[in-house]
Ligand binder design. Structure first.
Ligand code: PLP
Length: 364
């Protein structure tokens, strides 16, 4: 059996360090906002060369708190892609703001900057580019549109820790960068966890207050906040993995190269990688009209595959009554019909990749 992500292999590799890190938390019993969370915040801020990093409960909350930190609320329009995980748009709607969907470019599966301006109205307040599958969105034009219309930029980096665009880390381009440490992400914990990074002192201060009931001094509440703290044990686990993140992302990139070599069918579109980008391959996602029979052939050989995502967000029941026009979201719809993500994790072996590709190449 080859799984999409085999978490046991990485745990076995890091067991001694991870067990020791967890034990340290158990021994000092500072379970909430203790030293592990603040140390991890410092390390992740330093990794990105950014002033602030704030640990939160999960990646969804990272987006929610970032939006609030940027002042997004009732009636505001926020532009994003429909070809992403629900969380990206869910948080917009939860703040009674309106998600406005812009189609993607097929090569990178990311928001098409050329189609953003036509969706801007006087209510537009922000753009959320998603660095889907670990490939950076095309930030330069997005930033200049943001500047021109005075929009906040909140990057959804949940799948892209360590990815780079023109030599700069994702998460550091916009007003906020939002990360998830969900167990299957490139940098992950063993439960839920997330992080917001930000340049601006006021935005960071607001996010920091929001995660802890809207105050910075205990029992003094300035804002209507949340209980959305990063757990100390999870922070300890992320810190261990952060030491190896470059190595892990490089292994993913090598695995992607091997897929490219060994997939030889010409009716398969391989994922794009723009020359000025460092893709970190959270997913290796191919496109094919025959994706269902390829998935079935893999399944018959005990090999997992997955469809991220089968329904674009504007087609989801929860957004069905929104006024989104769907005519101009054709590429997202097409990708939902033909994408297939293959097993991808750092410890995947060349032998397994060869085995997977052989099945793909011979599928009917
Ligand atoms: C995983 C993910 C999220 C949400 O992160 P959680 O930690 O699961 O809340 C948001 N956006 C994208 C693109 C994701 O892949």
């Amino acid at each position: 059996m080859i799984q999409m992500v085999d978490l046991q292999r990485q745990y076995k590799l890091l067991k001694a360090e991870i067990d020791a890190a967890i034990q340290e938390v158990l021994d000092n019993t500072q379970f909430i906002l203790g030293p592990k969370v603040s140390q991890l915040e410092e390390k992740i801020a330093a990794y990105h060369g950014i002033s602030h990093a704030i640990g939160v409960a999960n990646g969804t909350d990272a987006l929610l708190l970032a939006l609030r930190g940027c002042g997004i609320g009732q009636g505001d329009e926020v532009i994003t892609t429909p070809f992403t995980f629900i969380a990206t748009a869910e948080v917009i709607a939860e703040l009674n703001a309106v998600p406005v969907f812009v189609d993607i470019v097929p090569g990178t599966f990311n928001i098409d900057p050329q189609k953003i301006e036509e969706k801007i109205t006087d209510k537009t307040k922000a753009i959320i580019p998603v660095h889907l599958y670990g490939h950076p969105a095309d930030m330069e034009p997005i930033l200049s549109i943001g500047k021109k219309y005075n929009l906040k930029i909140i990057e959804d980096c949940a799948q892209a820790f360590g990815a780079e665009y023109k030599g700069q880390k994702v998460g550091t381009f916009g007003d906020c960068g939002c990360f998830s440490f969900f167990p299957s992400k490139n940098l992950a914990c063993y439960g839920d966890g997330g992080m917001v990074v930000a340049h601006n002192d006021d935005i960071a201060r607001t996010v920091r207050m929001l995660r802890n009931h809207g105050g910075s001094v205990k029992y003094h509440h300035e804002l209507l906040g949340y209980n959305s703290r990063l757990d100390e044990i999870q922070a300890a686990i992320v810190a261990v993995k952060l030491r190896r993140i470059e190595e892990f992302n490089e292994s993913r990139r090598k695995n992607a190269d091997m897929y490219r070599v060994h997939i030889t069918r010409d009716d398969i579109i391989l994922p794009g990688e723009e020359p000025d980008c460092r893709h970190v391959y959270h997913q290796f996602t191919i496109r094919s009209d025959r994706r269902d029979s390829i998935a079935q052939a893999l399944k018959d050989h005990d090999i997992a595959s997955a469809i991220y995502y089968p329904i674009p967000l504007h087609r989801q029941v929860v957004f069905a009554d929104s006024e989104t026009e769907t005519d101009d979201l054709k590429i997202s719809e097409q990708c939902s019909r033909d994408v297939l993500s293959l097993p991808m994790f750092p410890e995947l072996t060349e032998m397994e990749i060869r085995q997977i590709c052989k099945v793909i190449n011979h599928a009917s």
